[in-house]
Design a protein around this ligand. Structure first.
Ligand code: SF4
Length: 191
């Protein structure tokens, strides 16, 4: 969209003038990882001394069922190399307080406008609703889940693995309640 980048840049300036720490949080997919636009973003952030905290594309939301967005093994190798040699570029699972890995549930909780609590913005699974259940209990329920206990070594929603293949809800859930953890883990896709 014409003018979008300039407007974004200006909003970074305004936030920094107000004393805020800022980070750019783009999503990288198979389609944009090796593009000139992404390279330019990384270079701009280096010049501006801004952290780039990458999310990796997942086939959920408006990308529901769009497996083409996923990073391929080659893309993941490319990204590993980029992160290793670029100090201001990190992925979501490299920006935890405690240790490397997926911080869903252990360090991160997300609340929908309806009160549902999910472990990750790409994991559209309700582990409870704050209108009925205390947050502590909801988090304990997440931590009892075998995928969310501790720090998974890879991104559960974007890298190949059992969670992505069998459990991640990949339908567009617009205008429908989130599936509950009980529904999702009872009705796993065949492995
Ligand atoms: S699954 Fe974990 S690493 Fe991946 S985006 Fe969600 S919180 Fe981050």
């Amino acid at each position: 969209m014409a003018g979008a980048f300039a407007a974004t840049q200006r909003s970074f300036d305004i936030a920094r003038e107000a004393g805020l720490l800022v980070a750019a949080v783009p999503t990288v997919s198979h389609r944009n990882l090796r593009t000139e636009g992404f390279r330019a973003l990384v270079e701009w952030a280096r010049r501006e001394d801004i952290l780039v905290n990458l999310s990796m594309a997942s086939p959920v939301g408006n990308w529901a069922g769009n497996e083409d967005c996923l990073l391929t093994p080659d893309d993941l190798a490319f990204l590993n190399d980029l992160v290793a040699r670029t100090p201001h570029v990190r992925r979501d699972f490299e920006t935890n307080f405690w240790q490397l890995g997926c911080g869903a549930a252990t360090e991160k909780l997300y609340f929908t406008p309806f009160g549902d609590v999910v472990p990750c913005p790409y994991m559209h699974i309700s582990f409870g609703n704050v209108r009925q259940t205390p947050v502590r209990e909801i988090r304990e329920k997440m931590l009892a889940n075998r995928f969310l206990r501790g720090f998974a070594p890879a991104c559960l929603v974007a890298e190949p693995g059992e969670f992505l293949d069998r459990y991640l809800p990949k339908e567009l859930l617009q205008d429908r309640p989130l599936p509950t953890a009980e529904e999702v883990f009872r009705a796993a896709r065949p492995g």
